[in-house]
Design a protein around this ligand. Structure first.
Ligand code: FAD
Length: 545
């Protein structure tokens, strides 16, 4: 059998290596139009910043590695320019010599990946404008910085690549401005979490402009959609990617709703001997089963392995994804998995939301707070999605949550997880346990939650009780219209409150607010809510005007 793969980064090399593991007799070759193969795209921003000194560290494997270890032939700087599906042949161009030749396949894997989205902006092709996708882009950006010593930079886009590049340009002492066309940063976060992150970044001195696009790029400046001009010796466009589907489309391979290649659970396209994997394909949500486009290295490796297995007769099949992602920005870690509040509502779920602010370790072990926003389905009690912003311990929690969501855990099950505990690693009840307890109490225990957004938009006649100390109430600000009754004196002041009115309790982060909610409910108050995430999240998620 002759297997040909197009594309030699994450998905293509995974597919080829798995095929070889299953079949030692197949002839396997890969065509790659780029110079580099099997590199870590995810490490490129850190090469630009200097944390990774040598680009070779990101390209540990070359063609000879695959030849020696896997008996796989990789031809770099060879572009597949045409596929003939009837003859099962390919037209290939050697980009070094210009030679064009034919090859054939029994099974073909399309792993052509994705390319940066290039918006229609005047000046987008100028020398100081860069897109970051591959090793050569990263080297070109770093060379530009060393040669031209730019003092100012503009980054368009606030996805993970925009932020990672921001941090790394700041290592070069540049004055950097982030420009985002949407009214919120970071596509994977809900509005409230995005604003929370934004407020943290503003405190760290990050320059951020939202609801503005880049309209024009000149030699040393950019003009924004509202006419504002920014100095920019360097411009980085981090405005997302689009799947490379031209070859697939040209031979009638079906594209899905998202515009990427449609495959079945074995990565097979509508042409049975042609498989596709990685950033060029559409996958599906493990929660809703609906098509999604998730161009991530984690998914590319997985779908590549499945393609390599399937085309050699293996039994692996794809089980969907949660879009789990994580990135670092200064000392912050931002992570998400599953459905956001916005997505869960769009899917028609009736949801419960909690904002849980907890340290990852005890304070005597320098525990640092993280904010966990969790979304659950009220009807089935299933956990649907989680977003976390914190400093330490975020990576561990997001992976526990992703595992829980994968196995369809209900919120009551979280508390019963036997998680590892010792003070250098976590708290006796882990933030994951607390998240489950809060959601379960809200859904099944009558301990209703209200979000900061809901309370801001509430028009009904409600009584809001701030149960923090008098000092906190006076010095740290309070929720509009709140009265202050510290928790310790709540029982003696019950007579001053109207038990029939909708009542909201809150403290700093939610724990004492819940204790006060319990007191009121036990004394016959009918409709009592605790403010999710307390005053801290209320203030943190408030848009600065
Ligand atoms: C800066 C950056 C940071 C990232 N960070 C993360 C991260 O932290 N976590 C994460 O999960 N993901 C991350 N990613 C995404 C990850 O790198 C991609 O999801 C992954 O590289 C996709 O692999 P792929 O093989 O499907 O596609 P690609 O990497 O796009 O590779 C496809 C290859 O196919 C080749 N090709 C295309 N057409 C042809 C043709 N006709 N003939 C021959 N060759 C062809 C292309 O030249 C390309 O080399 C990051 C990406 C970037 C750019």
């Amino acid at each position: 059998m002759k297997i040909v793969v197009i594309g030699a980064v994450a998905a293509g090399t995974s597919a080829a290596a798995k095929a070889r593991r299953n079949d030692d007799f197949a002839e396997i070759s890969i065509y790659e139009k780029d110079r580099d193969i099997s590199y870590s795209g995810c490490g490129l921003p850190y090469y630009i910043g200097g944390e990774i000194k040598d680009i070779e560290e990101l390209t540990p494997r070359d063609s000879s590695f695959f030849k020696k270890n896997y008996e796989i032939e990789i031809k770099t700087e060879h572009e597949v320019i045409e596929i003939n599906k009837d003859q099962k042949s390919l037209l290939v161009k050697n980009l070094k010599t210009g030679e064009v030749f034919n090859d054939y396949y029994d099974k073909l894997v399309i792993a052509t990946g994705a390319a940066p989205f290039v918006p229609k902006v005047e000046g987008i092709h100028k020398d100081q404008v860069f897109f970051l996708r591959n090793v050569q882009n990263a080297v070109a950006i770093k060379d530009f910085i060393f040669k031209n010593k730019p003092k100012t930079a503009v980054i368009a886009g606030t996805g993970f690549i925009g932020f990672e590049v921001l941090e790394n340009l700041l290592h070069h002492q540049m004055d950097v401005t982030l420009v985002e066309v949407a009214d919120k940063i970071t596509p994977n976060l809900d509005y409230d979490m995005a604003v929370y992150l934004e407020n943290l970044l503003i405190k760290k001195g990050v320059k951020l402009l939202k609801s503005k696009g880049i309209a024009k790029i000149a030699e040393t400046n950019v003009t924004l959609s509202d006419g504002q001009m920014l100095q920019a010796d360097l411009v980085i466009m981090a405005t997302g990617v689009r799947p490379n589907t031209t070859l697939a489309k040209s031979i009638g391979i079906t594209l899905g709703k998202t515009g990427a290649i449609q495959v079945n659970e074995k990565m097979q396209t509508n042409i049975s001997e042609i498989y596709a994997c990685g950033d060029c394909i559409e996958t599906f949500s493990a929660i809703t089963g609906k098509p999604v486009y998730r161009p991530l290295g984690s998914t590319a490796n997985k779908t590549g392995r499945i393609a390599g297995d399937a085309l050699t007769g293996g039994g692996l099949f794809y089980r969907g994804n949660l879009g789990t992602g994580i990135f670092k920005l200064f000392d912050l870690t931002i992570a998400s998995t599953g459905l956001s509040e916005r997505e869960a509502l769009a899917e028609g779920f009736e949801i419960e939301i909690c904002h849980n602010i907890k340290p990852d370790k005890p304070s005597y072990f320098k525990g640092e707070e993280m904010v966990i926003k969790a979304v659950a389905d009220k009807k089935s009690k299933r956990l649907l999605g989680v977003q976390i912003i914190g400093t330490t311990g975020v990576d561990k929690r997001i992976d526990v949550f992703a595992t829980l969501i994968t196995y369809k855990a209900t919120v009551d099950e979280l508390f019963h997880l036997d998680l590892a505990y010792a003070p250098p690693f976590s708290t006796t009840k882990d933030p994951v346990h607390y998240t489950g307890m809060i959601l379960d109490n809200a859904i099944s225990g009558g301990r209703k939650l209200i979000t900061a957004n809901e309370i801001r938009n509430m028009t009904a006649d409600i009584q809001i009780i701030d149960v923090r100390s008098v000092d906190d109430f006076n010095k740290k600000g309070s929720v509009d219209q709140a009265i202050n009754i510290p928790h310790a004196s709540l029982r003696e002041k019950l007579g001053e409150l109207d038990e029939n009115k909708v009542t909201v309790t809150y403290c700093n982060k939610g724990v004492t607010g819940n204790a006060s909610q319990n007191v009121l409910l036990n004394h016959g108050f009918k409709n009592v809510y605790n403010l999710s995430g307390g005053h801290k999240f209320y203030v943190g998620s408030k848009q600065e005007s």
